[in-house]
Design a protein around this ligand. Structure first.
Ligand code: PLP
Length: 425
């Protein structure tokens, strides 16, 4: 089951026509298909756990942090990868705690460190300099370091490359043994290791390559320091196709290659087999969400521009880093096309986020449109610029639909602001 289906030119999500959803919830609205999220998770989990049973996924909540979405992944058996103290609090509010939560922040403040330590989740340190700052509060039972194995890849664009010499993340391979030596000397008993190198990668061989790089680095450290690793977390980055002609990631082959590379290295370095972990997000929720919007005006000036309520405030990825999202116009599927542009309603020209693409000639004011594959890094990156407020979020499960976050109102825009007395005169 795909996130959406098309019948006689009409777009459906679950059993709902988007027309019906637009009438009930308005636009712009993020709509997620629960069944698709579950299907994505199960496909990936079954691939990895069949090749390496001691396997666990941690969902990186940054991609879509709506508690309803996180609850689906929790029900499926995922832990949480948290990037901030508030994401830890979100996990805890949903009953995920302790070693079911991994805190992978970077350039943390002292307050982040203190609250991270107090939260009792697994701390994953992005730099060796953080170790004494953590030890000031306590000696954690288990500790992990984020390693930058020197190689990264992104199918989204250079800005999203999470590892390699130009990335801000992780320890240099030369620092790894020293980091664990210091941790061991401080009395820490159990160790993990983490990397996050790829973003939206659809080549299975890539995941095996970075797993090998990481295993070479930490295999040597484990041997030299005589330590065991409880877990090895090889990050997220499992890709999805955004363009119609792109291939899906072969998840079965990815799992097979990663597991065999992993088992080889474990054997070569004589390690007690650790738990293998991954923390994807896009793969679970990316293609399970869409943004439903409306055409509000069509302008013919220097070129033809279709004006919609899906601006860069609602879906920033294209304006932010040149990401691609497919656009479908409800009722106009397969109509004759012409080249024109598409924009949102902000007073910024970057909001003119599609300058030229083939769209149906028949599009009219009032038509509904769908930006596909918007479930990851969509709502979470939306903002309130120009007083255009954050959209609603809706979850569809077959014949049921649920409002899981209402559209913001003017009261939300001014909430918690205050005007000093002298400005009220
Ligand atoms: C530390 C960490 N883990 C996991 C992820 C999830 O990545 P993806 O959605 O590409 O699987 C991210 C995304 O940026 C991340 O920063």
């Amino acid at each position: 089951m795909e996130a959406f289906t098309i019948k006689e030119k009409e777009i459906y999500i679950g059993d709902f026509r988007v027309q019906e959803l637009a009438e009930k919830y308005g636009t712009p609205t993020y709509i997620y298909n629960e069944q698709r999220i579950r299907e994505n998770f199960r496909r990936a989990f079954s691939a990895f756990s069949s090749h390496y049973p001691n396997f666990k996924f941690f969902y990186a909540v940054k991609a879509c942090n709506n508690p309803a979405i996180v609850s689906i992944l929790k029900q499926e058996g995922a832990g949480i990868d948290a990037a901030s103290v508030n994401e830890i609090l979100l996990a805890k509010s949903l009953g995920l705690d302790g070693e079911n939560v991994m805190f992978s922040g970077n350039f943390l403040s002292s307050e982040d460190i203190q609250r991270g330590v107090e939260s009792g989740v697994i701390f994953n340190l992005d730099d060796i300099s953080l170790l004494p700052r953590v030890l000031k509060y306590c000696t954690p039972e288990i500790l992990s370091f984020r390693v930058n194995p020197g190689h990264g890849k992104s199918n989204v664009g250079d800005f999203v490359t999470n590892a390699g010499p130009k990335a801000k993340f992780g320890l240099h391979p030369d620092q790894v043994t020293e980091a664990y030596r210091k941790a061991k000397a401080a009395g820490i008993k159990r160790f993990g290791v983490h990397m996050m190198t790829g973003s939206c990668v659809t080549e299975p061989e890539y995941f095996a390559l970075v797993t090998k790089l990481l295993m070479e680095i930490i295999g040597k450290s484990a041997r030299e320091l005589n330590i065991e690793f409880d877990f090895i977390d090889i990050g997220g980055g499992l890709g999805i196709p955004y363009r119609e002609n792109e291939a899906h990631l072969d998840i079965e082959k990815t799992a097979e290659l990663v597991a065999s590379t992993f088992k080889d290295a474990v054997e070569r370095y004589g390690m007690t087999p650790p738990r293998l972990m991954m923390e994807p997000a896009r793969y679970f929720v990316g293609d399970a969400g869409i943004v439903l919007g409306k055409v509000h005006a069509i302008k013919h000036s220097y070129s033809k521009i279709i004006g919609t309520d899906i601006g860069m405030n609602i879906l920033v990825r294209p304006a932010f880093y040149g990401a691609y999202h497919n656009i479908l116009f409800n009722g106009r599927i397969d109509d004759p096309v012409e080249v024109c542009g598409l924009c949102g309603q902000l007073c910024e020209n970057t909001d003119f986020w599609i300058k030229e693409r083939k769209f149906p000639k028949t599009v009219l004011e009032g038509d509904l449109l769908v930006a596909t594959d918007a479930g990851a890094y969509g709502f979470g990156m939306s903002y309130q610029y120009n007083g255009r407020l954050r959209p609603a979020e809706v979850l569809v499960n077959g014949k049921e639909s649920y409002l899981i976050r209402p559209r913001e109102t003017f009261e939300d825009m001014v909430r918690n602001t205050s005007i000093p007395e002298h400005l009220l005169k």
